[in-house]
Design a protein. Structure first.
Length: 249
């Protein structure tokens, strides 16, 4: 008959603790990955993008829409990734010319008015309703149809460029720091593809200027233009800066 070991209970306890630790490690790993994956393929941002009107860039006198193909990415830097209640730090449009392999970036001031039904500037709409609420309004105001949105707590173009340079294929497991500080409509594979475009176009090294603003005016009692005190994005100049408009032939 087998002998009773004086260490049987101790060994059993150690085995149980090890098993529980292993289960806990797996649970934490899965939970962490799920949390990171939730930063990608954001439903609200995807729905906001799909609600935009299909339109050409705003055309001004003497200008026409470029015949090149573009991928326009709306880049928000905010104080947090909350849907509402986060402060907008900066807004930029990254325009990737996929025909030429080049890029252009222009900033949009937070004071630019984008909501005309409930008069409010970009920064105010962002603060009260979150980034998704701004997409269609900003598209209508600028005449630009955005393909993607990236909300981040810091400028991520440099990190995207590095991600591509390092050959990362699974950003959720290989670029946790980057994924943890963004919220985007992009899926993991799309984020990798965009990173490649950022690297090849040199977008991370571009110093972006801000789109000019123009005073909003309304017709006064005598028919003369009266400024309202609000500022509007000069959509024509913005599209020119991004290369979406070119001189008409």
């Amino acid at each position: 008959m087998p002998r009773e070991s004086p260490y049987r209970n101790v060994i059993g306890a150690v085995v149980c603790v090890a098993a529980l630790a292993a289960v806990a490690a797996v649970v934490l790993f899965v939970y962490g990955r799920v949390q990171l994956e939730s930063h990608l393929d954001d439903r609200d941002l995807s729905e906001a993008l799909s609600s935009q009107s299909a339109q050409d860039p705003t055309q001004g006198n003497g200008y026409a829409a470029s015949t090149d193909a573009f991928e326009n990415v709306l880049l928000y830097v905010a104080s947090g990734l909350d849907e509402g209640g986060s402060q907008l730090v900066s807004a930029r449009v990254l325009s990737l010319n996929t025909t030429q392999g080049t890029a252009a970036i222009a900033g949009i001031p937070a004071i630019a008015k984008i909501d005309f039904e409930n008069p409010a500037a970009l920064g105010d709409v962002y603060l009260s309703s979150g980034p998704a609420a701004t997409v269609e309004l900003l598209s209508d105001e600028t005449g630009i149809v955005f393909d993607h949105v990236i909300v981040s707590t810091a400028d991520v173009l440099g990190q995207l460029s590095a991600l591509a340079a390092e050959g990362v294929v699974d950003p959720v497991s290989q670029a946790k720091e980057l994924v943890s500080q963004i919220m985007t409509d992009l899926e993991a594979s799309e984020l990798v593809s965009l990173a490649g475009q950022v690297l090849s176009s040199g977008a991370a090294g571009i110093v972006a200027g801000e789109a000019p603003l123009v005073p909003e005016t309304v017709a006064g009692a005598d028919g003369a233009a009266v400024e309202t005190g609000s500022q509007l994005v000069d959509a024509t100049q913005l599209s020119l800066a991004l290369g979406l408009l070119v001189p008409a032939v």
